[in-house]
Write a protein that binds this ligand. Structure first.
Ligand code: MG
Length: 159
């Protein structure tokens, strides 16, 4: 069996009055992430981790933020498409592990719903999706609540 690991990172600015899509669900929040698609930073980091593991480029290469087709697009679509791209090449996703950095809102209560939403898009069980969150201790753009970061690693295998 061949194993490969991939790393993903994404950042989006936060603005008052925008919807906050994170991990495939909409969080109750006075601020939301801004981007060309739905700006789901967690899904974007997972997409890049999976593409990196399979050595298939990055999310911007496949779903350009200049392409009007992806304007306001639900990022769950990107994750599903990337899972299919890997599957067509014989890759099975083993697990993903993610860390979010943001000050508000507290995301821990929403992590079970995120896992439940994301796992089927990758054809894996909820137990294979780890999502963690930390504040940035008030430091930098995350600390000032101007942005949100997501980091992800993914392991994939081929028989
Ligand atoms: Mg992004």
């Amino acid at each position: 069996m061949k194993l490969r690991v991939g790393l993903g990172f994404d950042v989006h600015p936060l603005e008052t009055g925008k919807d906050f899509w994170l991990g495939g669900i909409k969080l109750p929040s006075d601020k939301g992430a801004v981007g060309h698609s739905d700006a789901d930073v967690l899904i974007h980091a997972i997409c890049d981790a999976l593409l990196g593991a399979a050595n298939l480029g990055d999310i911007g290469f496949h779903f350009s933020n200049k392409d009007p087709r992806w304007k306001g697009k639900d990022s769950k679509f990107f994750l599903q498409e990337i899972t299919s791209m890997l599957s067509e090449r014989g890759w099975q996703i083993e697990n993903v592990d993610c860390t979010l950095t943001l000050e508000k809102p507290k995301v821990n209560p929403f992590i079970p719903a995120m896992k439940k939403t994301l796992a089927p898009l990758m054809n894996i069980s909820e137990d294979d999706v780890s999502i963690k969150a930390t504040t940035n201790e008030g430091l930098g753009y995350v600390g000032r609540e101007e942005g949100v970061n997501a980091y992800a690693v993914a392991l994939i295998s081929k028989k």
